[in-house]
Every structure is written in structure tokens, then in C-alpha cells.
Design a protein around this ligand. Structure first.
Ligand code: ATP
Length: 264
């Protein structure tokens, strides 16, 4: 294997990020390989979403270097495109209240393609089927439950432009995609994330931030545990019930007492 094939797809080196006096990431190193399903876990407020925003090129670190496919990123993604597409699935993305589900999910296709309404309708129907919500295209967001709105947002986030084969990002960043969903709806989304990962030509890469035990177990291969600005533990999903790392045990057992300081 040549060195470039062997290189990580994404590499963060010595990343430091503070908001005011509050140091969130403190010399973070992280490598992500092509085809990996990585979960970043850790207590609330430890900087998991901040890492996703830095990887996506939406937020600049104060210090440190970011390499995408071996190429050093200068500035933000808006300054220079990355050599591979990196997409972020914002689960909280609000739907447009004045548009129905069909118009919301097909929004980018209406804006950026010349597809017919019928073609867009078919593509939207397929995505709604995938998120387990067939036949709701005519409804408006106000007529949906909170969980249904999240799944519609998800359907919109994974909509691809069939006129542009490159519209599908090679790396997807998921920020708490199953938060607030019931266990069955969570399973639908978890399976979908896994099924979307691999196709005939290979496996794409994703980074998952989640607090949901089922989502960690069902969507991740590798896990990093973040606390106090650094990676405290790194391992495989299969290790989480047997590893005796005190922070990992406290986290999965939901214990108040332990090395992780609980904000009271
Ligand atoms: N733009 C910002 N300005 C000021 N502080 C910020 C900003 N963005 C994030 N923070 C702070 O940085 C810290 C880390 O936030 P972040 O959202 O990355 O944590 P998280 O681990 O994803 O948390 P959670 O699990 O609760 O979603 C928090 O204390 C947050 O208040």
C-alpha cells in the first residue's frame, strides 16, 4: 500500500479551542481512516459538537493543524474546498413551517436542479420510506410530532442530487441524530446510517456524536471518549462493557460519583 493510501482521511493535530477563558479542546489529536464509523462520546459540554464543526471546516481552531486526505487545510471550508466532501447532518435543522414535507425534503432539488416535480416527488417518497414515514408528503411541520419532524429533517439531510454524482459527501458528521426519538424510531435511523455507509463501490466514513447507548452500540466501530479537552480513552464498541477505565465505567453506568465532575 502506498503511503498516501495509508494516510488517515482526516487528521487533527494539537487542536486547541477556547471560548473566552473556557478551554474546550486542549491539544486534541485525532485520526480518522477511510471507511471508519467513529463515535465521539463523553459528558455534556466537553466539546464533541465543537470537534464536528472544526472537522466540517465551519469553525477554526485557535491552534493546531487539520489535514484532509493528507492536504493541510488553511482557513475555513468557505475559503478553499476540501479534497473530499464533508457533510454535516444537523438534526436540529428547522423545517420551513410554510412548506409541506414534500417541499421541505425536496428543497435543495427544487433550488439547484432542473428535475421535474414528478422526479422530485419520487425521490422524496423514497427518502420518506427510508426514514419510516411513508405517505406524509402533504402534511405541514405543525401537524407532525417532534420525533417525526426530526426524521423529516434527516430525510432532507440525506437527499442527494441525482444530476451530480459528487453531491454525496464522502464523510458525514452526525450530531446526535437520535436524540429525543423513541427506541423504535432510533433503530430506524441507526439502521439507515449503517445502510447508507456502504454501497457497491465501497464504504464512506462517518463521525457520530451521540449520548444514546443504542446509537453508540449500533452505529460505531471505534469510539473515542472525550473529557477535559482530551481523548481519555479510545477503543472498539465491543470493549465498552469490559474495559475498566474509570471514566468509561462511570459514563456507561450513569454514576454520579467518579472521576467525571458532575455539574450540580
Ligand atoms: N460559539 C460558542 N461561544 C461560546 N461558547 C461556546 C460556543 N460553542 C460552544 N461553546 C461552549 O463550548 C462547550 C462545548 O460545547 P459543545 O457543544 O461542543 O459540547 P458537547 O460535548 O457537544 O455538549 P452536549 O453533549 O451537551 O451537546 C460548552 O461549554 C459550550 O457552552
Amino acid at each position: 500500500m502506498s503511503p498516501s493510501q495509508d494516510a488517515p482521511l482526516i487528521e487533527l493535530k494539537g487542536i486547541r479551542k477556547a471560548f473566552g477563558q473556557n478551554v474546550i479542546l486542549d491539544g486534541l489529536d485525532l485520526s480518522i481512516r477511510k471507511g471508519e464509523a467513529l463515535a465521539i462520546i463523553g459528558p455534556s459540554g466537553t466539546g464533541k459538537s465543537t470537534i464536528l464543526r472544526i472537522i466540517a471546516g465551519l469553525l477554526a481552531p485557535d491552534e493546531g493543524e487539520i489535514y484532509i486526505q493528507g492536504q493541510k487545510r488553511e482557513g475555513l471550508v468557505e475559503d478553499a474546498p476540501d479534497p473530499v466532501g464533508i457533510g454535516m447532518v444537523f438534526q436540529q435543522a428547522a423545517l420551513f413551517d410554510s412548506l409541506n414535507v414534500y417541499e421541505n425534503v425536496g428543497f435543495s432539488l427544487f433550488q439547484h436542479t432542473h428535475l421535474s416535480s414528478e422526479d422530485i416527488q419520487n425521490l422524496v417518497d423514497r427518502k420518506l420510506d427510508m426514514v419510516g414515514l411513508p405517505g406524509i408528503g402533504d402534511r405541514f411541520p405543525a401537524q407532525l410530532s417532534g420525533g417525526m419532524r426530526k426524521r423529516v429533517s434527516f430525510a432532507r439531510a440525506i437527499m442527494e442530487n441525482p444530476e451530480d454524482v459528487h453531491s454525496r459527501p464522502e464523510v458525514l458528521l452526525y450530531d446526535e441524530p437520535t436524540a429525543g426519538l423513541d427506541p423504535i424510531a432510533s433503530t430506524v435511523i441507526e439502521d439507515l446510517i449503517r445502510n447508507l455507509q456502504c454501497n457497491e463501490v465501497g464504504c464512506s466514513t462517518y463521525v457520530m456524536v451521540t449520548h444514546q447507548d443504542s446509537t453508540i452500540r449500533r452505529t460505531a466501530d471505534r469510539i473515542i471518549f472525550l473529557y477535559q479537552g482530551k481523548v481519555q480513552w479510545e477503543g472498539q464498541v465491543k470493549d465498552i462493557d469490559t474495559i475498566d477505565h474509570p471514566m468509561v465505567r462511570q459514563f456507561f453506568n450513569g454514576q454520579v460519583e467518579g472521576p467525571i465532575q458532575v455539574a450540580k
